[in-house]
Design a protein around this ligand. Structure first.
Ligand SMILES: Cc1ncc(COP(=O)(O)O)c(C=O)c1O
Length: 449
């Protein structure tokens, strides 16, 4: 027998003292304004942009497949080289900053409530000084609860009327937020691409840097370096070309530098503002998530230069400030104290050590896959390695095959856009023992083929 939620609610008073309002307030009766909605639905129309979104966000889908595998293989010893989530504890000095931030809330003299929506002034100053060597001004830094949220806030600022360009493959948030905002048409099931998005192919043939001049203009160009998922970091010459073409075409570049601290190669900029003139075209989003194991702590920032203007001459910074002051109430004061600790000399030393650890993991994964004869990119300036599976290999099929044979979770490249087909992304964020064990299992599986 089906019991309606309303009937279940009616039982609540017995258990909790909660009482239902009189029947006339419980549900809107059918009125002359429109037909009654189907049973158990409201009369609110769904935002049609959400209906355009393909199959759900990538990572929940991986989670569902992993859960199904575990259901069918209870007790399987799963190793995740999948989602890019950190696993190592927050280092001592940085943790101390977080603890002190929390403790300050427990005394009358040091208690603080709401802070500035743009972040605390000392943290904005430290970010400009320590991470940008003074290339930017503290007034251009907006401290936030993370880069992913900032990407959506930038999209809210740009609105539905712009066209966006993304690397293909790319971190799925740029495309999905463009769809949600109504910037795109429908998904073309055949190509796997949305209408009205410019896809910038990044392939083995072009060393994962798009042939910009051959591509149509877009208003907003999303570019991530070091890249998720490919692990490839763009050189000074490549970023100079990117800035120059954005300037020529009057586009705004949104540069995602969330993996900047992994860069070890020379001639590889950690910030777009290392490129002369970038402050006239580029916004940079960034995050403490991968710097210091803050994926669950939540702290990021976005730089919107004072020189950057819209077509009508108004400052982009002012509109972003309006979004932040309207939709955001400032990053947690506890967490901002943690951010200050990250940027102390001790904290920066701890970050380098932490990232060295993940880069060693990346080296182990890279060498293993190269040793097995795969084509591999990334893993030297990024925590991701991108493994070419050879012509005609489906990345979802290989993902399933590896999961079923080795209990190792990877990420199919196709989940990052059609250009990722034929690749697997491996994440170096797992603990060392897990990375070594996963490599052994993959070698055994490959040896049997
Ligand atoms: C390229 C890229 N940008 C942004 C983010 C999100 O960062 P945050 O944790 O600050 O929201 C991620 C997270 O994996 C990412 O890969």
């Amino acid at each position: 027998m089906r019991v309606s939620p309303l009937a279940l609610l009616a039982l609540l008073p017995l258990a909790s003292g909660f009482s239902l309002p009189p029947p006339s307030f419980r549900a809107a009766p059918p009125t002359a304004l429109g037909a009654a909605p189907p049973s158990e639905a409201t009369a609110v129309p769904r935002n049609p942009n959400f209906a355009k979104l393909a199959g759900g966000y990538l990572f929940p889908e991986i989670g569902r497949r992993r859960a199904r595998f575990l259901e069918e293989n209870p007790g399987a010893d799963i190793i995740s080289l999948g989602i890019g989530d950190t696993t190592q504890p927050i280092p001592e000095n940085i943790l101390k900053g977080l603890v002190e931030g929390a403790q300050a809330l427990g005394a009358k003299e040091t208690y603080t409530g709401y802070g500035a929506e743009q972040g605390k002034a000392p943290l904005r100053e430290k970010i400009a000084e320590v991470l940008y060597n003074g290339l930017i001004d503290p007034s251009e830094v907006f401290v936030s609860d993370g880069a992913k949220c900032d990407i959506m806030r930038l999209q809210q600022m740009f609105g539905p009327g712009v066209t966006s360009a993304v690397q293909d493959p790319s971190y799925p948030v740029y495309v999905d937020t463009s769809v949600m905002l109504g910037q795109t048409g429908e998904l073309n099931e055949e190509t796997g691409q949305y209408e009205n998005i410019v896809y910038m192919p990044c392939t083995l043939e072009n060393n994962f840097f798009p042939d910009l001049a051959s591509l149509p203009r877009a208003d907003v160009v999303y570019f991530c370096s070091p890249n998720n998922p490919t692990g490839v970091a763009a050189t000074t010459a490549q970023l100079t070309e990117l800035v120059s073409i954005c300037k020529e075409r009057g586009s705004i570049l949104v540069f995602d530098a969330a993996y900047a601290p992994f860069i070890r190669s020379p001639d590889t900029p950690k910030s777009i503002y290392e490129i002369p003139g970038a402050d006239e075209v580029a916004i940079e989003v960034n995050s403490f998530s991968k710097y210091a194991g803050f994926t669950g702590v939540r702290l990021g920032w976005t730089v919107v230069p004072n020189k950057l203007k819209f077509q009508d001459g108004t400052l982009v910074r002012n509109d972003f400030n309006r979004v932040m002051t309207t939709c955001f109430n400032g990053a947690s004061n506890i967490v901002q104290a943690g951010g200050m600790a990250c940027l102390s000399p001790e904290g920066m030393g701890e970050i380098t050590k932490l990232i060295d650890y993940y880069l060693e993991n990346a080296g182990i994964l890279r060498e293993t896959m190269l040793g097995l004869g795969y084509e591999v990119v990334g893993g030297t300036d990024a925590p991701y390695i991108f493994v070419g599976l050879g012509k005609d290999s489906s990345s979802w099929d290989t993902f399933s095959e590896i999961l079923e044979n080795t209990s190792v979770v990877t990420i199919p490249g196709a989940g990052f856009g059609p250009g990722g087909e034929g690749f697997l992304r491996l994440s170096a964020f797992a603990p060392r023992e897990a990375v070594v064990e996963a490599c052994e299992r993959i070698k055994v599986w490959k040896g049997k083929q």
